[in-house]
Design a protein around this ligand. Structure first.
Ligand code: PHE
Length: 339
């Protein structure tokens, strides 16, 4: 019987030393578990003489109850301590400055292309994309540039086979679009083009944006009006355009289009080489031969087309000096285009 008092003392001492709820649980099992000391006492009852059993049983049960109470109060204490430790270790200071997350930016070409699409889709243009690998028919012949035509030399072409080539101009898309669609329409065609050409303002792969409008009674005035709107939105609200006579086989008449220099407002500076104007694109009224090639009646419909280099627009808009900056992937360059 004295053993039971000792057992309570021993259990209390061990429970006091237990620092975690896990350790405390182990102590509890040592006494109250299925193979624990108190349980063993109860089991030993069968070895006693029958008259001693009730008193013994009562005593052991009383011990068990005391131990259970003792453990549950220790459990509560350990749990409280553990919760406090957890809370203080997880404390955060919301006034500390946050870690900076570096954010990417759209490539200036992507940005300019999206801006161009925005401007022209606002005027009712729909976007059409043609293939980068073309055949002679779409890239040249149907654009009124037969095999022996000297204008083929205007663009140094990468040939893949005798027939297939990397398109030199998004104008090829004009033919593909007109073959499928009846006028009236306004079409905008962005894409990559390829020419064997390489210097500060030319790269063997670059981007163009083609525009094509065909309807009854379309004139050169419509062309200049839309280009003026484009220049005002893209460069400066005071920008103007100027048309100069030029030549393309697929337009007649053909023009080069200059935009008033946004850097000096037309007064003349280094960027515009003192002229006040900067050449930005080629354009013209769609040659009736091209309309005929696509099954469009040139006596009923007229149209205009334009083609611009997206790099050139981006270089002018952002003051970029070398076309290679677009493909070098220098993060210091690209980071400047973050919003
Ligand atoms: N395709 C011509 C070029 O690449 C540009 C252009 C397009 C000119 C449409 C007139 C009309 O130089």
């Amino acid at each position: 019987m004295d053993d039971t008092e000792k057992m309570v003392e021993e259990a209390t001492a061990e429970a006091e030393r237990a620092e975690s709820s896990r350790a405390l649980y182990e102590v509890k099992m040592k006494f109250l578990g299925r193979t624990g000391k108190v349980t063993a006492l109860l089991k030993s009852m069968k070895d006693l003489a029958a008259e001693h059993r009730p008193a013994f049983g009562k005593r052991v049960n009383a011990v068990r109850e005391r131990l259970e109470e003792m453990f549950s109060s220790f459990e509560q204490r350990v749990k409280e301590r553990e919760l406090e430790a957890k809370l203080s270790s997880e404390q955060i200071d919301v006034t500390m400055p946050a870690k900076r997350r570096s954010k990417g930016a759209l490539h200036p070409i992507t940005r300019t292309r999206m801006e161009l699409i925005d401007i022209f889709s606002g005027m009712g243009f729909e976007v059409f994309e043609g293939p980068e690998i073309e055949n002679e028919h779409y890239n040249f012949t149907a654009l009124n540039t037969p095999p022996d035509h000297p204008a083929r030399d205007m663009q140094d072409t990468f040939y893949i086979t005798d027939e297939f080539l990397l398109r030199t101009q998004t104008s090829a898309g004009q033919i593909r679009f007109m073959e499928k669609r009846e006028p009236p329409f306004k079409m905008l065609s962005p894409g990559r083009v390829f020419r064997s050409d390489d210097d500060a303002t030319h790269s063997p792969m670059f981007y163009q944006m083609e525009g094509l409008v065909v309807d009854r009674g379309v004139t050169m005035c419509d062309l200049q009006g839309m280009l003026d709107e484009f220049a005002r939105t893209m460069f400066a609200s005071t920008s103007k355009t100027r048309l100069r006579p030029s030549y393309f086989p697929f337009t007649e008449p053909s023009v080069e289009v200059d935009v008033s220099c946004a850097a000096c407002g037309g007064a003349g500076c280094a960027l515009c080489k003192g002229t006040g104007w900067i050449e930005v694109l080629g354009a013209g009224m769609v040659n009736r031969r091209v309309l005929e090639n696509c099954g469009v009646d040139p006596d009923e419909f007229t149209g205009f087309a334009f083609g611009m280099g997206i790099e050139r627009i981006a270089m002018l808009k952002y003051g970029i000096g070398h076309i290679r900056s677009f493909t070098e992937n220098d993060v210091r360059f690209l980071e400047q285009f973050k919003d």
